[in-house]
Ligand binder design. Structure first.
Ligand SMILES: [Fe+2]
Length: 287
């Protein structure tokens, strides 16, 4: 089974969103959509999401799923907006509950913020499968970058979110609360155990030394042969030492504070106040 994959690159956050269609019909899913957010003005914009909505409508596709690979820390999810426009159920990993617990504390959310994942339509665990039309989606739990990270395997394609990036860029950072480089190494081994010709679609691309164009599609075989962090049979000890050293030098993503508050609510803003105004918090010295 070879699903039709259409990629949408978001320049502001280097995110790749995907529309994945059952080749035998019109059913499709959207993976990791982006709601534009201008931090200085606090304004949201649906320009990026509207490209996906227009694509789905123009093609006459039926959106059945809005799949999140994890709670993103660098962009806001547009899943609820796209759901409003074209339908579909919003799914994420069951460990979202851990992420909600962690960041519920960081943002001092009251008891009205549920930490049971109930903001999402579906919570997945390892081994679950759902369908996009006739096409099966298998769920692999691939934590390490965050506790709730999933890889969605759809036919010959694996949507790996932030685990592996392109071979010349390596892997995702593991220093967010609940992240672990040791765990990521083990998760990556699960992905690399897929057939060599499995197409891998990554969640971000930042170009790489010597590469001046964005790229997002590679294969398991290429990752095993050439990934600068985990290819060439890299050992766990070497990977963990490299990853932890590198992570200690990385700045927080520009949109981490708004992203977490929105994405842990399945892409919804916090409840408006009694005047109907919506506010996001900035926790001081807590991240
Ligand atoms: Fe991420």
């Amino acid at each position: 089974m070879t699903p039709e994959v259409t990629a949408f690159f978001d320049n502001a956050t280097n995110t790749i969103s995907y529309v994945v269609r059952d080749p035998n019909g019109t059913a499709c899913a959207v993976i990791d959509s982006v709601l534009d957010f201008d931090y200085p003005s606090g304004r949201t914009d649906t320009r990026s999401a509207d490209q996906i909505v227009a694509f789905i409508k123009d093609k006459g596709y039926e959106c059945q799923w809005l799949l999140e690979s994890h709670v993103h820390a660098d962009h806001l999810s547009a899943a609820p907006y796209i759901q409003q426009q074209v339908g579909g159920k919003i799914g994420i990993g069951d460990n979202i509950k851990i992420v909600q617990d962690t960041f519920g504390k960081v943002f001092n959310e009251g008891t009205e913020f549920q930490r049971d994942g109930s903001q999402f339509d579906e919570l997945f665990v390892e081994g679950d499968s759902v369908h996009i039309g006739q096409m099966r989606v298998d769920v692999l739990h691939t934590p390490g970058h965050t506790p709730a990270c999933l890889t969605y395997i759809i036919g010959d394609a694996a949507f790996v979110g932030d685990t592996l990036f392109m071979p010349d860029f390596g892997t995702a950072r593991c220093d967010f609360p609940g992240g672990s480089s040791e765990t990521l190494y083990d998760s990556v081994q699960k992905i690399l155990a897929l057939p060599d010709d499995t197409r891998i679609f990554v969640g971000h691309d930042y170009k790489a030394p010597g590469r001046d164009v964005y790229a997002w599609e590679t294969t398991v075989g290429e990752q095993k042969a050439a990934n600068i962090h985990v290819g060439h049979g890299a050992s766990k000890d070497d990977f963990v030492a490299m990853r932890d050293t590198r992570d200690a030098t990385l700045a927080m993503p520009r949109l981490i504070i708004p992203s977490l508050q929105v994405n842990m609510r399945a892409g919804q803003m916090p409840e408006p106040d009694d005047k109907g105004d919506v506010f996001l918090k900035v926790p001081v010295n807590k991240l």
